[in-house]
Write a protein that binds this ligand. Structure first.
Ligand code: HEC
Ligand code: HEC
Length: 446
């Protein structure tokens, strides 16, 4: 410090500070979504130190996985139940959080914290623009309950503050946290709606991999895979031809709660109570999630009961699904239970892997294009996110030995710097990878 009093050192210090300033001063947020991003990642609402981004991590696809949790320091606000004695009991379930990324949720009220709770995974907040609306109103959260309120994204944000941000279990607004203002809710909603995919796919896609193409055919076949009945175009909405034009994002009891020995029960500290799904008391149904974003956002289902996309697809071949109310509905409608064998399970999963990789490529390109005009530190941040997306595409394809040629392009696109020429090269490599996943257009018949 004393050195700084000498003129040369002072000058050097001033130059350093100036450089740091021009580097660190991002333009003030201008759009509503940009203001929402600031709030999502930085606003603690005078609570226990958490932000929305504590659980919906940008680097983890706006969700939270056990692998990611393992990288966090012990004083990360995610772990407030381990560090703040007022939250030691009845707030989280630390062993379940660390082993299975399960979060404690009091969907049916805060009166009996020891017994009335659910343990649920953190869903990504991608493609919400396509996955919330239904004829019965907005459906948010794994069971579509909202948190609580009217189920809208705005109400969900308020519910999340009360559930997750509190300093004590009294949960008194003004003392334990402050509630978001209307302007903050508008901004949070705009930000969340801006994340990820903004429109539905139009299936079938011309997929180059014969395995993924077979999987797509099974997925779309309402007498074989039957997935498209509930996950129209691999999204979150029911098929309007079956459920009516306004069906939107529907709830079903597909029997996930009936699975034997889910990891949460094997960890058992505490034993997860039965999750009763939608309503108070619940009717056992859960809300259909989109599948384009699925392959790189496991573990799967509301209780993170299944770690691989193959096992998640294989679930539909099992007794838990076929004996569930939804399985029985399918049986009555089609006359046969849902049976898919190992190669078919693999093919459907390959399809989900490939459409996930295509979405990763789309998102990485969008980030890199934005990086072209962005200023630091946002520029560095989105180049990092593009690298994460590209890495996810590598992992979902390489994880099932799909498209080794595209994997090589994607590795090349995993930028190590945020310099312009490298960004251009990465964009070109992403474009090559995409063209390998999609078959060349068929010549028009004459
Ligand atoms: C402690 C971790 C944690 C924090 C902090 C957190 N969430 Fe969540 N979030 C979850 C979990 C767990 C769920 C699933 C809840 C359920 O199914 O009821 C969820 C679900 C959601 C959903 C529903 C997504 C869908 O597909 O339906 C939205 C939207 C959401 N959170 C937004 C927010 C916002 C906004 C904040 C900050 C105000 C926030 N979350 C803070 C853990 C968290
Ligand atoms: C009757 C409607 C219905 C049918 C048919 C259906 N699903 Fe689902 N799917 C759901 C619901 C509801 C959930 C959420 C279940 C839960 O978390 O309890 C879900 C969840 C999933 C998930 C987990 C997503 C995540 O992010 O955790 C995958 C993967 C999935 N389904 C794939 C498929 C495939 C593949 C098929 C066809 C073999 C299929 N689904 C058929 C309704 C359906």
């Amino acid at each position: 410090m004393r050195n700084l009093l000498q003129p040369r050192a002072l000058l050097a210090g001033a130059a350093f500070l100036l450089a740091a300033c021009s580097e660190a001063a991002p333009p003030p947020p201008t759009t509503l979504a940009e203001r929402g991003r600031e709030i999502f990642f930085n606003e603690t609402f005078e609570g226990n130190g958490r932000t929305c981004g504590t659980c919906h991590r940008a680097e983890d696809n706006f969700g939270l996985t056990p692998n990611f949790i393992a990288t966090l320091p012990a004083d990360d606000p995610l772990f407030v139940a381990e560090t703040n004695p007022a939250l030691a009991r009845g707030f989280e379930a630390p062993a379940q959080m660390r082993a299975n990324s399960l979060i404690r949720e009091n969907l049916d009220g805060f009166e009996d914290l020891d017994n009335k709770f659910a343990l649920r995974g953190v869903p990504h907040t991608l493609a919400l623009r396509t996955s919330v609306a239904s004829a019965a109103g907005p459906r948010t959260g794994w069971s579509g309950d909202g948190a609580p309120g009217d189920g809208s994204l705005r109400a969900f944000a308020t519910g999340a503050v009360i559930q997750h941000f509190t300093k004590t279990l009294n949960r008194v607004p003004g003392a334990d946290f402050r509630l978001p203002t209307d302007a903050e809710l508008d901004a949070l909603e705009a930000f969340m709606l801006s994340l990820g995919r903004q429109e539905e796919l139009a299936l079938p896609l011309p997929l180059a991999s014969p395995i993924a193409a077979r999987g797509q055919a099974l997925f779309l076949d309402n007498t074989r895979g039957r997935c498209n009945v509930c996950h129209l175009n691999a999204g979150a909405n029911g098929d309007p031809a079956i459920f009516g034009p306004e069906a939107g994002n529907l709830n079903f009891n597909t029997g996930v709660e009936a699975l034997p020995d889910p990891p949460g029960a094997l960890v058992g500290d505490p034993e997860p109570p039965t999750d009763d799904g939608f309503g108070i008391p619940g009717d056992g149904t859960f809300n259909t999630p989109p599948l384009v974003e699925a392959a790189d956002t496991g573990p799967f289902f509301h209780n993170n009961s299944v770690a691989t996309i193959e096992a998640a697809v294989g679930f539909y071949d099992g007794d838990s699904f076929n004996e569930s109310p939804a399985g029985q509905l399918i049986l009555q409608a089609t006359g046969s239970p849902l049976e898919i064998d190992a190669t078919e399970i693999q093919a459907i999963a390959a399809f989900l892997r490939v459409i996930n990789a295509l979405e990763n490529i789309r998102q990485a390109e969008a980030y890199l294009t934005e990086a072209g005009t962005a200023r630091n530190p946002r520029r560095r941040e989105i180049v990092n996110l593009a690298r994460e997306e590209t890495g996810d595409a590598v992992a979902v394809l390489a994880g099932a030995s799909l498209h080794p040629d595209a994997v090589a392009d994607l590795r090349e696109a995993q930028l190590r710097s945020s310099h312009r020429p490298r960004i251009d090269q990465a964009l070109a490599a992403l474009q090559r990878a995409r063209s390998r996943l999609l078959a060349p257009a068929q010549p028009a018949p004459n």
